[in-house]
Ligand binder design. Structure first.
Ligand code: GLU
Length: 436
């Protein structure tokens, strides 16, 4: 066996740098497999498919800050612009101790696919800092955010690449990013980031948008498979901005939330968890752990709980070949980015479990980010009702088109979403042509 890190021999005239190699495991390798699956359906556009296998631009930055105790600390930051054929780069920034370049590359590519799947005039980008933000004081977090923004300032901008919140980043961090970029430019540029506080040009409905989108596509998919949401049992992994809001909306529609897992543990209540009380508990204690009315389960029991809809809304690679066989649900809705490995995807498909993939299921967040960006440019702000109506319309129409392609080609919803999105990206690529 050659060493896993050895550079394999070049296989094609398009020899790839080692970190782009498809055999490189991890999120980027998973994304490349997804592109390979869709290539046979791209017709003459497949001529351009290499474009999707290489990010357009990748920036790695050193982020030095002074800690409160006077010592210096250095963190590694990234901003990857995967594709800008359909418009400026767009995608979040995550602060997490496990962030790697490979992960940010995959997340940026999934943004390209997601934005094209819901027809937003954006390419795909993503950023991150390899840091555990829980170990930093508020002042340290602000200095980290500002220095990172300055470092990536050479490639972001309201018409170039627009960051937004992702894992462990929030409205306050977006406010610091907007301010830092604006100070460097000498003029307030509210459209440089989305997911800002309302007082700084943020959009009503943005905070709930990803969860609302998950709920909307869940409703649509349930209708197609004859599942009554009002009687459905739900299990959710991750109870933050995505999982918590989605659970709230499903519960309001009559569904029963039976299990939740987060970084603190796994809780279960067959009769149904009280969602508003659980949301309060999480905002006070930081996790679902210790929520009194529920029983605590060992973490590995989460995947096998008796439910109809399973919503992974935490991190990547959670549903794997090791637990996909245990899943009881009829439908998995991917609130997180990349929660299902390709092997697990196949197992779920064979078992007749419908997977609504991340690239459509969690597109609600970036859709309202788009609304925010448009509102910032026109300095005219819409009502929350308007925003939610437009969001639901976009999600429903995109889902219907994807369902039709899945039906037509007899492929999974993931492959169908990739067919729709990659065709749009490569059509733009072909129309624009190569320059110079
Ligand atoms: N981070 C979110 C996502 O993965 C939102 C990105 C955005 O609004 O630009 O879709």
């Amino acid at each position: 066996m050659p060493h896993a890190l050895a550079t394999p021999p070049a296989k094609s005239p398009h020899a790839l740098p080692s970190f782009l190699d498809p055999e490189h495991l991890g999120p980027w390798g998973i994304y490349l497999q997804q592109v390979d699956r869709v290539t046979p359906y791209l017709g003459s556009l497949s001529r351009w498919v290499e474009t999707l296998k290489r990010p357009k631009r990748m920036l790695i930055v050193d982020v030095p800050i002074e800690l409160d105790n006077g010592t210096m600390a250095h963190f590694e930051g990234y901003r990857v612009q995967h594709n800008t054929s359909r418009g400026p780069g767009k995608g979040g920034v995550r602060f997490h101790q496990d962030v790697t370049l490979s992960e940010v590359m995959a997340l940026s590519a999934w943004m390209s696919v997601k934005n094209a799947a819901v027809s937003l005039p954006f390419g795909g980008a993503k950023g991150g800092i390899r840091v555990d933000p829980k170990t930093l004081s508020r002042g340290e977090l602000e200095r980290l955010t500002r220095r990172y923004t300055s470092e990536i300032g050479i490639i972001i901008g309201p018409n170039k690449d627009i960051p937004a919140p992702d894992v462990n980043t929030n409205e306050q961090i977006m406010a610091w990013m907007m301010d830092t970029y604006s100070m460097n430019e000498g003029a307030t540029a509210s459209g440089v980031v989305t997911g800002k506080p309302i007082a700084l040009g943020g959009s009503l409905g943005r905070r709930e948008a990803t969860g609302r989108g998950v709920f909307t596509v869940g409703q649509e998919a349930a209708q197609h498979i004859g599942l009554d949401i009002g009687r459905a049992k739900i299990a959710v992994q991750g109870f933050g901005n995505v999982g918590g809001i989605a659970a709230k909306l499903f519960a309001q529609a009559g569904a029963t939330l039976v299990a939740v897992q987060d970084h603190g543990g796994t809780i279960y209540q067959a009769s149904g968890l009280d969602v508003p009380a659980l949301l309060r508990h999480v905002s006070e204690h930081g996790s679902v752990k210790g929520f009194a009315p529920a029983e605590t389960l060992p973490d590995d029991r989460f995947w096998g709980v008796d439910c109809d809809i399973l919503i992974p809304a935490a991190l990547e690679q959670q549903i794997t070949a090791a637990n996909a066989h245990q899943i009881q649900a009829r439908m998995v809705i991917e609130g997180a980015n990349g929660p299902t490995t390709p092997e697990a995807d196949d197992i779920l498909h064979e078992r007749g479990i419908l997977v609504v993939p991340d690239v459509i299921a969690n597109a609600g967040g970036v859709t309202v980010s788009y609304f925010e960006w448009v509102q910032d440019f026109s300095s005219f702000f819409w009502s929350e009702d308007d925003i939610n109506l437009r969001l639901v319309r976009i999600m429903r129409e995109a889902f219907a088109a994807i369902w039709q392609v899945a039906d037509e080609h007899r492929v999974s919803l993931r492959t169908a979403t990739f067919i729709v999105a990659c065709s749009r990206i490569l059509q733009a690529r072909e129309l624009r042509g190569l320059y110079p």
